[in-house]
Design a protein around this ligand. Structure first.
Ligand code: PLP
Length: 304
């Protein structure tokens, strides 16, 4: 958890923080989910996994499977950035490239898994990745001295982070660790793929698939959201909203964090700063609030 005082001052804010997930073992917070999912799968006697990925989840699964002597089969869109291919192949794992988006890779992975008996590690298709992500919720409470911030801005793809943190808050309250009003959970997506933001705006019960998803923030390029009801419920219960941001604003925010705070955030994490600026401008976040941004990975992955 870092204070980001220079940007706070520029934006006229009292309290602005960034939870920095970039130093996880595979350079993104996907490691949190995979560490738990792989450990639990091994305990249960599973040794061969399959996963569709936009990149970071594949990198995380690769490191944990290799270290544990298990095997992974990874399905990835063929237009994914090279850095993800390099990271997975460096661990000696072969990638099945598919000519389509992540939802298409998801179908191909599920079919291959069925056929060969590989356990499917796809987002929310097994129960333990979200348990790993949940720890981010405990940690932020600890960092704030067992108090809630007012607002959390989170870059949302498949939604494990949001849903996991919401679960952490349920548990922390049940344990008597924290009380008071929960933060508003703000889901930040890219304009080129914003199915959750659209569903929130329209008051929809389900998240409809997004056609022609495009964004350089790969973690947000999730056109079909499997756990849509859980995500919508968490955001609505929190009295949160959705906000979508342009590619230009994401890049500018990445630059701002690097130039003013020395933090090279990933594009997904930078999107939360872009989202904050929009919500300050339209009055949905107040300048006096305690605000927490999430940087979900290292910007080094955007440099290759
Ligand atoms: C996967 C990913 C996201 C989206 O995470 P969810 O919790 O699945 O919504 C955000 N940022 C990065 C860097 C990612 O890899």
């Amino acid at each position: 958890m870092l204070e980001i005082p220079n940007l706070a001052e520029q934006l006229g804010l009292g309290e602005l923080y960034l939870k920095d997930e970039s130093s996880n073992p595979s350079g993104s917070f996907k490691a949190r989910g995979m560490a738990v999912a792989v450990s639990r799968a091994l305990e249960l006697g599973l040794r061969e996994f399959v996963l569709p990925t936009a990149g970071n989840a594949g990198g995380a699964l690769a490191v944990y499977t290799v270290r544990s002597g298990a095997t992974a089969h990874i399905f990835m869109p063929d237009d994914a950035p090279d850095v993800h291919r390099m990271e997975i192949e460096a661990a000696g794992i072969e990638i099945e490239f598919v000519d389509g988006l992540l939802d298409f890779a998801g179908q191909a992975a599920a079919e291959a898994g069925e056929k060969h008996g590989w356990f499917n590690m796809a987002t929310f298709k097994e129960p333990y990745r979200v348990e790993g992500k949940k720890i981010m919720g405990y940690e932020l409470l600890e960092d704030f001295g067992w108090e809630y911030p007012d607002v959390i801005l989170y870059p949302t793809g498949g939604g494990t982070g949001l849903v996991g943190m919401w679960k952490a808050f349920d548990e922390a309250e049940a344990l008597g660790w924290v009380s008071g009003e929960r933060p508003r959970m703000i889901t930040v997506q890219a304009e080129g793929c914003a199915p959750v933001v659209r569903a929130l705006r329209d008051g929809a019960e389900r998240v409809a698939p997004w056609e022609g998803a495009v964004t350089s923030a790969q973690g947000l390029r999730v056109p079909s959201v499997f756990a849509d009801r859980l995500i919508l419920r968490a955001v609505r219960e929190s009295k949160g909203v959705g906000v979508s941001v342009s590619e230009r604003d994401i890049c500018q925010a990445q630059k701002d964090l690097a130039e003013h705070e020395g933090i090279l955030a990933c594009l997904e994490g930078a999107a939360t700063l872009a989202g904050l600026k929009r919500l300050l401008a339209n009055g949905q976040i107040d300048h006096s609030e305690r605000i927490l941004l999430f940087n979900t990975g290292s910007g080094l992955k955007n440099l290759i």
